[in-house]
Design a protein around this ligand. Structure first.
Ligand SMILES: NC(=O)c1ccc[n+]([C@@H]2O[C@H](COP(=O)([O-])OP(=O)(O)OC[C@H]3O[C@@H](n4cnc5c(N)ncnc54)[C@H](OP(=O)(O)O)[C@@H]3O)[C@@H](O)[C@H]2O)c1
Length: 396
């Protein structure tokens, strides 16, 4: 596996001397190999109430667990149900678009495509053949906390209940030499992928709590690359949040460091760190809210979707070779369509009600509960990330 994972980077560095470093780092993304993929790790009495959640509730001693007893209609009653409302962030391309399309095509879901580029999202939905009555596009720029708050206000004004939230959008800057920043001055990768979603999810969990839909879920897309218990997660630079000193300092050079662990800026590592935050956040949501609300919290690794826009910042040669490398060498490649079906399954499959779980799929596209790395499942770190993030987004 190590040999497989090193093939493309070596080829790239031989061909493209000056960019070899970036290409090598990029391999961390790629290392989803066949055997990696096939590892076999892989109703609720939820009161329907207007009661606001106690968002300052401390961590409860609770592990990934079952859903509490239910007073709601069971998912089997869905013939008589209204359409579910699902918000998907970053639905203008890649995994988000494929998920939106899959859900919209069932006719059972109304998809709110929460996107930073309104027209791009409208065009993408149209090009994908999504029927107008099954989706709306709403503006959301996760690189601005004001925009997140405005989105939440606009969504609430629409009067629609919220049944499922999917935090999917992401940016990735593997070859960036210098950091870029969100409107609030956070390093962009962690600012968008983690902090923007953290505020969005923290605000909208209240809406999920009052939904009368039998299936209520909050899903945060994770990644194998943030998990150092995998081959891909072990290719440098590895994810490592350290003691969070950079996050505590606000993730910019003025206050200290652009990196969560306080180190030098590294775009590839910033992405992986942000994914660790995503997976820790999902588990912390689970510990704080699952028992009280019955909401299912989940994360997932959808597979290596080598063709998406996530790699747009990479060198052209990499973008050319990455998909065939994943298809024919590692065999870890997953099409956007297949990955969209996987995420749609986590949204809507009545059998995936277990909360606190990080889902993955084997080579036969069967879902299984995957193991997170030590850091990505560390409850103390999750608590600290939560508390620091609350301060940074103005909730504490
Ligand atoms: N591709 C893979 O192999 C892979 C593997 C594991 C996990 N993932 C995860 O899958 C998710 C989707 O990635 P993808 O591969 O589908 O990449 P993608 O095609 O680039 O999609 C990313 C989406 O995020 C949106 N976005 C970026 N910045 C935003 C912002 N500030 N505000 C709102 N939306 C923003 C993009 O909008 P624009 O269209 O306007 O750019 C785009 O719709 C990510 O969470 C990623 O970490 C991907």
């Amino acid at each position: 596996m190590a040999l497989q994972a090193s093939l493309l980077p070596s080829a790239l560095s031989a061909l493209k001397e000056g960019k070899a470093n970036g290409a090598l780092k990029e391999s961390a993304f790629l290392g989803v190999s066949l055997s990696e993929n096939s590892k076999s790790e892989f109703g609720s009495s939820v009161f329907i109430s207007n009661k606001r959640l106690n968002l300052s509730v401390g961590i409860r001693a609770q592990t990934a667990a079952t859903t509490p007893a239910v007073n709601r209609a069971s998912p089997d009653d869905k013939k008589t149900l209204r359409k579910g409302n699902v918000i998907v962030t970053g639905a203008s391309s890649g995994l988000g678009l494929a998920t939106a399309k899959t859900l919209a095509e069932t006719g059972k879901w109304n998809v709110i495509m929460a996107c930073r580029d309104f027209l791009k999202a409208e065009r993408a939905a149209k090009a994908a053949g999504m029927a107008r009555e099954n989706y709306q596009v709403m503006h959301l720029d996760l690189a601005s906390l004001d925009s997140v708050r405005q989105f939440v206000a606009a969504f609430r004004q629409s009067g629609r209940p919220l049944d499922v939230l999917v935090c999917n959008a992401a940016v990735y800057f593997p070859t960036a030499k210098e950091p870029t920043y969100t409107a609030d001055g956070f390093e962009m990768s962690v600012g968008v992928n983690h902090l923007g979603h953290f505020l969005l999810a923290r605000l909208l969990v209240e809406d999920l709590n009052v939904s009368d839909y039998p299936l209520r879920r909050l899903i945060i897309v994770g990644s194998i690359t943030g998990n150092t218990n995998t081959l891909a997660g072990n290719i440098p630079p590895k994810a490592n949040l350290g003691d969070l000193r950079g996050l505590v300092g606000g993730l910019n050079e003025l206050s200290g460091s652009t990196m969560i662990d306080g180190g030098e800026f590294d775009g590839a590592k910033a992405y992986k760190d942000s994914k660790v935050c995503n997976m820790l956040t999902m588990q912390e949501f689970h510990r704080r809210f699952h028992e009280e609300t019955g909401i299912t919290f989940a994360s997932l690794y959808p597979g290596c979707i080598a063709t998406t826009g996530l790699f747009r910042e990479h060198i052209p040669l990499f973008r050319l070779l990455f998909p065939p490398f994943q298809k024919y060498i590692t065999k870890g490649f997953v099409s956007e369509e297949e990955a969209g079906k996987r995420l749609a399954q986590v949204v809507s499959d009545p059998s995936l009600t277990k909360s606190g779980v990080y889902w993955s799929w084997n080579n036969y596209s069967a879902s299984f509960e995957n193991q997170l790395s030590e850091e990505a499942s560390d409850p103390e770190k999750a608590k600290k990330v939560w508390e620091v993030s609350e301060k940074l987004v103005g909730l504490a």
